[in-house]
Design a protein around this ligand. Structure first.
Ligand code: F3S
Length: 410
């Protein structure tokens, strides 16, 4: 690689130690992966919780020093969710000191030139990749969705490698940037009927464990599957497996454009997802026997407008059970639309909250004192179980019923 004059100046320390380190890491990644040069990226997505769940306070201070160095992002850089609702954090019970720290990271990112999207579904907020675009994304559900649904190209970046792409506008050309590395390897025949979005979570959770690093190719999927369901599938696959790309026969663009290359040529294994596997997936996703629920958290990945409307029409005119906290997570962009159409008001009249900028995984839910959660997201289930919460997993409708009664219906 021949660094440009600008990159040479960074490596020489013109913008301080932080920027220099970031570029050195990028060069190491290039070397280790024997990349085929560098390519320009159309968009970068950064992790935004440096001060909380990822790097602790050191991460926050690193970002602040980087912003103070005068360096600015050269690529369009969007941001994944943070650990608080940036406006309504007090109403969620987030301690002031915690919010203050998160806001410092947010300020540093904006100063560096980031677009304040604070969502894992930036494509619902105006950042829509085109087929073949090269990206450098961090958030795993968004990586899987951008690669699969849009046919854009990104590896699963780390915080630091994505920062390097934001600063230079480039990424090493290896892995999923290369068409030959995107061929499907594991054929999955869907034999169980899938109806709710959580059914796609169950599928993704189950197949992610089987796939490991292989690229799944789904066959027999409902051609009318909703965008929300594919988002849920990708998030679940990327949680239990290192899945950054999947193909769906007849639906996702790589395989539609070249069915042989992406759906046949490199297949080494074939499995079925049967009714019995479906039942097993649901059993594994329920990690408590308790029926009492004190936290209902839905909207992972951040919900689409259609899903918000579905929830509003289900909840309208009812009341959330006293003692149950309900979060419906989405992006600020989607919430604004849903406010204009009156859906947010219908939801919040019931006592539920439409929460933006954050989610049940990135917010400090344990600190907020919740014990038993209901969710329709396999990714939410995975992480919140890890935080020590008992989790009930099921359809959105089941979660909303639990919100109204305080009890999980068997
Ligand atoms: Fe998005 Fe948070 Fe889920 S970042 S994918 S809502 S864990």
């Amino acid at each position: 690689m021949k660094p440009s004059d600008y990159e040479k100046s960074i490596l020489a320390g013109k913008f301080g130690e932080e920027a220099k380190k970031i570029l050195e890491v990028m060069l190491k990644i290039y070397e280790i992966n024997q990349a085929e040069g560098f390519i320009e990226v159309k968009e970068v997505m950064l992790a935004s919780t440096q001060n909380m769940s990822i790097g602790g306070e050191l991460g926050m201070e690193f970002l602040i020093r980087l912003a103070a160095s005068g360096i600015r992002f050269r690529a369009k850089t969007i941001t994944d969710p943070v650990s608080i609702d940036l406006e309504a954090w007090k109403a969620l019970g987030i301690p002031g000191e915690y919010a203050r720290k998160q806001k410092k990271s947010v300020e540093a990112l904006v100063q560096l030139g980031a677009v304040p999207t604070w969502t894992c579904t930036p494509y619902l907020a105006g950042s829509i990749p085109r087929y073949g675009d090269h990206l450098a994304f961090v958030e795993t559900s968004c990586v899987a969705f951008a690669n699969s649904y849009f046919g854009a190209r990104t590896n699963r970046e780390m915080d630091i490698s994505a920062l390097a792409s934001a600063i230079t506008g480039k990424t090493p050309n290896y892995g999923l940037h290369l068409p030959d590395k995107r061929e499907g390897q594991l054929r999955v025949k869907i034999e169980a009927p899938l109806t709710t979005t959580s059914d796609y979570d169950a599928l993704g959770n189950y197949i992610g464990k089987k796939a490991g690093t292989q690229i799944p190719v789904f066959q027999n999927m409902d051609p009318n599957v909703s965008t929300q369901a594919v988002m849920q599938l990708g998030a679940a696959l990327a949680t239990t497996g290192a899945v950054a790309l999947f193909h769906i026969a007849g639906i996702t663009p790589d395989i539609v454009l070249d069915p042989h290359k992406y759906g046949q040529k490199s297949i080494t294994r074939e499995i079925a997802f049967t009714e019995a596997d479906y039942q097993q997936a649901y059993r594994a996703l329920n990690t408590t026997e308790k029926r009492e629920v004190d936290f209902v958290a839905i909207g992972c990945p951040h919900y689409t407008f259609d899903k918000i409307r579905e929830i509003a029409s289900f909840l309208e005119g009812q009341k959330v059970k006293a003692g149950v906290t309900v979060w419906v997570c989405t992006s600020e962009t989607v919430r604004n639309m849903a406010r204009l159409s009156g859906e947010v008001q219908k939801i919040e009249k019931t006592g539920a909250k439409v929460v933006v900028d954050t989610c049940m995984v990135l917010a400090p839910v344990k600190l907020l004192g919740f014990h038993n959660m209901a969710t329709d997201s396999a990714k939410g289930q995975f992480y919140c179980s890890g935080f020590g919460l008992g989790v009930r997993f099921g359809s959105t409708e089941k979660c909303l019923k639990a919100a109204l009664t305080g009890k999980w219906e068997e």
